[in-house]
Design a protein around this ligand. Structure first.
Ligand code: 13P
Length: 262
């Protein structure tokens, strides 16, 4: 299974800045064939998707495009929303769903997240489902139950044949954007927990073979190796550090762990 590097640019970078960054990593990937062993995905703002897709087409880029959110309907009277079908038109292959910033600031519920996951799958987008506990929940000893609930509810009704397209991103809310990640072993524990939760609904074999579980939360060029070399961590979802060209290029370049078992 390929490891995956996903850059989430959140509400940063205008169209020009996004294109600049994309050009830098595209030329790096083309020079360094080793990096092709992994999937590299960028998730810019909706406004930049069109221009970046045109650039990727022109340059036959290997970088893939992702959206930071989707709506759960195909079309209609939903002011301000973006449908999965529109995202497919600009060749989006991935969609981040249920990011903690949306759960918190926009009151996205487990039910909304589940609807989005199912719609993404229906339209052939790979959902990158974000789960993770807040600091208060962790202090109260609720990490496992929060992760269990979020994973279980997000995937309710997802069939076995759709399941293999899903990526789960474990992002402990309290380390997002602070520059200090959790210990890699701590993240690995949550990754194992996520798989264990899913053994109940999907066969152990499918979960082990097909599900990618990735880590997000203050990943940077100095700590990225310690995460991707952990057993059971299949990639990273990077925010702040992916906004700076030199850091982004460094991370994508060093993104492989030969020692890794799975
Ligand atoms: P940071 O890398 O800035 O902590 O953000 C992580 C994140 O939220 C990615 O989705």
């Amino acid at each position: 299974m390929k490891q995956i590097f996903i850059a989430n640019w959140k509400m940063n970078l205008n169209v020009e800045e996004s294109l600049d960054l994309v050009k830098k990593i595209d030329s790096l990937l083309k020079k360094n064939k080793d990096t092709e062993k992994n999937d590299v995905v960028v998730c810019p703002s909706f406004l930049s998707l069109w221009a970046i897709n045109n650039y990727f087409n022109q340059k036959k880029s290997k970088i893939k495009l992702g959206a930071q959110n989707i709506f759960w309907e195909e079309k209609g009277a939903f002011t301000g929303e973006i449908s999965p079908k529109m995202l497919k038109e600009v060749n989006c292959q991935y969609a981040i769903i249920g990011h903690s910033e949306r759960r918190e600031n926009l009151w996205e519920s487990d039910q909304m997240i589940n609807q989005k996951v199912r719609t993404a799958l229906k339209f052939g987008l790979t959902p990158v489902v974000c789960v993770g506990e807040t600091f208060e929940e962790r202090k109260r000893g609720q990490r496992d139950s929060v992760i269990g609930r979020q994973v279980g509810r997000a995937l309710e009704g997802v069939k076995k044949n759709e399941f293999r397209k899903i990526i789960i991103a474990y992002e402990p809310v309290w380390v997002i954007g602070i520059g200090q990640a959790v210990e890699p072993e701590d993240a690995a524990y949550s990754h194992h927990l996520i798989r264990k939760v899913l053994f109940k609904s999907y066969s152990e074999k499918i979960v082990a073979k097909d599900l990618r579980v990735i880590y997000g939360g203050s990943v940077n060029p100095d700590n990225i190796d310690s995460f991707i070399c952990q057993d059971g961590i299949d990639g990273v979802l990077v925010g702040s550090a992916s906004l700076e060209a030199d850091k982004l290029v460094k991370m994508v370049k060093s993104f492989s762990c030969p020692k890794r078992k799975k």
